[in-house]
Design a binder for this molecule. Structure first.
Ligand SMILES: *Cc1c(COP(=O)(O)O)cnc(C)c1O
Length: 389
């Protein structure tokens, strides 16, 4: 869109008129580049899960499902969480099916944060958080991750400094997009301690909960003492089962918080895609092995891309989870945004600058995010092209 096109957009949303993904995907298409910019997989999820969705359409499950989601899915989500974390969420009052994790995030902000309240995000942050804070008429303040050895860790002082008497909510994301960091138990404990001290609601975005490598542990902040009652966990079938187009996600939490999320969700979309719900329920109960295989494949992809980028002289940070790794391009150019605008045409690969996920781009300027949720031949081709760097 031209810059003039945003004039009629309300002021609070004007900064969000276009996304970096649209710009980089456009460049990738124009230059026939391998697109490692946007984080969607190029293979399908478990075949039987796809079949259950097809069957659901054939069987006539094509009208509005219940507002909270079909019982079969809410029960499967609850069972899955209990199996893996040992915590029971009541499928009727503590589980809400949403149109992807994205809607769960927006509905949580709209339902739980008053206009003028403050929300703390941790930089670099997933782009929908800032837009959702703006839609709620709230103010965002930011804490940050910092480089820690070859990985990333939470800057505890920055988190303390970001919280004020007006802070209502803190948004946490681990495993973390865009860095691939899996926050340590200590980092998560600090978040919990500050949330309790300042009586904050924590929105814990765990869409990559399954995609953790090398035996690392994903720690859900909701499991710490005193945290169940103040945490909304958000997850989704998108990344777990390679169905980003299904937009089937969920929110888990105590009944009073989920009631607030449901109130907002009810008038955003009312319900989420009916036929996908029994399919995701099936997959949660029956496709854990598929998830394990997918995790193994992603780890191999990460290794392939890491080794290649390092071989080409880039300083690659450790990715312990997600679809992503970050490389420092200090040697090639100081500015990640310029680099990413240059890369598709000259090298034939698209990536995304990490600085666009921040309010304070300074420390992030030289960092570039590559997605490795792609087939091996796609990654191999990207690696071959990157050798020209
Ligand atoms: C992909 C992603 C989402 C969105 O998930 P959907 O289910 O597709 O809406 C939310 N948070 C993070 C960190 C993501 O990477």
């Amino acid at each position: 869109m031209g810059t003039g096109d945003a004039e009629r957009t309300v002021a609070r949303l004007r900064p969000f008129a276009s996304t970096i993904f649209a710009e980089m995907t456009e460049l990738a298409v124009a230059h026939n580049a391998v697109n490692l910019g946007q984080g969607f997989p190029d293979t399908d999820g478990p075949a039987q899960m796809l079949e259950v969705a097809r069957q659901a359409i054939a069987d006539g499950l094509n009208q509005y499902p219940p507002g909270s989601g079909m019982p079969v899915l809410r029960e499967a989500i609850s069972r899955d969480r209990a199996r893996r974390y040992g915590r029971e969420y009541d499928p009727d009052s503590q589980v809400l099916v949403t149109v992807g994790a994205t809607e769960a995030i927006s509905a949580a902000l709209l339902g739980l944060v008053e206009a003028g309240d403050e929300v703390v995000l941790i930089e670099p942050y997933y782009d929908s958080y800032a837009a959702a804070v703006a839609m709620a008429g709230a103010q965002r303040r930011t804490a940050r991750l910092v480089r820690d050895g070859d990985g990333f860790a939470l800057d505890h002082d920055s988190l303390r400094a970001a919280i004020t008497p007006r802070t209502r909510m803190l948004v946490l994301n681990s495993p973390h997009n865009p860095t691939g960091a899996v926050l340590s138990a200590t980092d998560i404990e600090t978040v919990a301690a500050l949330a309790i001290e300042h009586d904050l609601v924590v929105l814990s975005d765990e869409v990559y909960e399954h995609l953790v490598f090398d035996g690392h542990q994903h720690h859900s902040v909701s499991m710490l003492p005193g945290m169940f009652e103040r945490t909304i966990v958000v997850s989704s079938a998108a990344k777990t089962f390679s169905v980003t187009g299904w937009k089937t996600g969920w929110a888990l939490g105590p009944a009073d918080l989920i009631a607030a999320v449901r109130t907002a969700k009810q008038f955003m979309t009312f319900v989420a895609g009916g036929p996908f719900q029994p399919a995701v329920a099936y997959a949660l109960d029956n496709e854990q092995q598929w998830i394990a295989d997918s995790r193994k494949q992603l780890q191999a992809n990460r290794d392939l891309l890491t080794a290649a980028l390092r071989g080409h002289g880039l300083d690659v940070h450790r990715s312990d989870g997600t679809y992503f790794l970050c490389a420092d391009i200090v040697a090639a150019s100081a500015d990640g945004l310029e680099f990413c605008r240059w890369l598709p045409q000259h090298i034939g690969v698209a990536a995304v600058p990490v600085s666009v996920f921040t309010d304070n781009p300074g420390p992030w300027k030289s960092l570039v995010r590559f997605a490795f949720c792609k087939q091996e031949h796609v990654l191999t081709e990207a690696v071959r092209r990157l050798a020209r760097l």
